[in-house]
Design a protein around this ligand. Structure first.
Ligand code: HEM
Length: 316
């Protein structure tokens, strides 16, 4: 089952941001760790520039990210990772991958890769750095599992520029989100979850796959029925965290993507009800933007049947 389930019975256009509790980690590790790290490393190997970019002058922020990510990972998952700090001499052990790395914190020559690029290969999260200058510009990132965008699309753009294609109904929410990002204090990270549905569980849904996906969707959509769609559709959830970094003042935007087949989630009646309520109240413009409109009717039919079948069982 999905660890996050941001469906609340009706469409919610608000930011949905909350403080990260002290017992909640920026870095999460699940059963997909090995597969996702291998996939990330393969993508970076084959097309490095597509998946990793950093502006000159972001080195300090990259070290900030490395510190935060490794420290959180080792603290919250001591069975998987260790980090031993002796002054600036750091020793990282990744027990899951049987790898280790010694380096001098702040000395880029002591690592085989740029700090953000190296740290990102240890965790399932995508890691994006937003500038500290009030514009929240995307100045560096390792982005392997995006949903419909890529670094080339958004690199060097401000937070508001990045979101310009989003529907008009959420533009005031995005103005508020921009202000919120500017005000995140150090040591008080926040997080939110976003949702979508896809006819594939391919993790890397970068822009280069958008045309193929849209064509496949156009061909598949007429064949999707309320009987078949449960096993053909995947719910895609992003757990997004936002953290002010202490040395650079930049913001780390972390994205952990979780997916599950719709039928699994809808087997839980409460979850089916919450998705149905959300889809029924999502404005058409948003359903179209999220590419859900082509299968909206089949999805609603499937959810109604699941809920009805469950009620019939209970009433027997
Ligand atoms: C509190 C912070 C944020 C909020 C409330 C927020 C909200 C949204 C919303 C409502 C959408 C459109 C609908 C949807 O897909 O759900 C969206 C799309 C998007 N967001 Fe965010 N977002 C936030 C942070 C960020 C950050 C920091 C980035 C990257 C730097 C980002 C990148 C994107 C991208 C690339 C899209 C798709 C835009 C397109 O269609 O080209 N978001 N966001």
């Amino acid at each position: 089952m999905l660890p996050y389930f941001p469906f609340r019975n009706e469409f919610d256009h608000r930011m949905g941001t909350v403080l990260l509790r002290p017992d909640e980690s920026l870095v999460e590790v699940d059963d997909h760790y090995g597969h996702e790290i291998s996939l990330k490393r393969a993508l970076l190997f084959h097309n490095h520039r597509y998946y990793f970019q950093a502006q000159p002058g972001t080195e300090l922020a990259q070290w900030d990210v490395l510190d935060r990510v490794l420290t959180e990972a080792a603290y919250n998952h001591p069975q998987h990772f260790s980090l031993i700090k002796s002054g600036d001499s750091w020793h990282w052990i990744n027990h899951k991958l049987a790898e280790e790395q010694r380096f001098i914190f702040g000395n880029t020559n002591s690592l085989p890769l740029a700090p953000l690029d190296w740290a990102g290969r240890q965790v399932q999260e995508d890691l994006i750095i937003l500038s500290a200058d009030g514009t929240a510009t995307l100045v560096a990132g390792q982005l392997c599992f995006p949903n419909g965008w890529c670094l080339d699309d958004k690199f060097g753009q401000t937070f508001l520029g990045i979101h310009r294609p989003a529907p008009a109904m959420v533009q005031s929410t995005l103005q508020a989100a921009h202000k919120l990002l500017e005000r995140i204090p150090e040591h008080r990270p926040i997080w939110r979850a976003s949702w979508n549905f896809k006819t594939t569980d391919q993790l890397d849904m970068s822009t280069k796959y958008s045309t193929a996906y849209n064509n496949e969707l156009a061909a598949l959509a007429p064949t999707l029925t309320s009987d078949s769609i449960g096993n053909q559709l995947f719910i895609r959830i992003e757990r997004q965290t936002f953290t002010r970094l202490p040395r650079s003042g930049a913001v780390l935007f972390g994205i952990h993507t979780y997916q599950n087949v719709l039928a699994d989630e809808a087997a839980d009646r409460d979850r089916a009800v919450r998705i149905l309520g959300t889809i029924r109240t999502t404005p058409p413009e948003m359903l179209s933007y999220k590419a859900i409109a082509p299968f909206e009717d089949a999805l609603i039919g499937f959810l109604e049947n699941s809920i009805h079948a469950d009620s019939a069982l209970v009433n027997k």
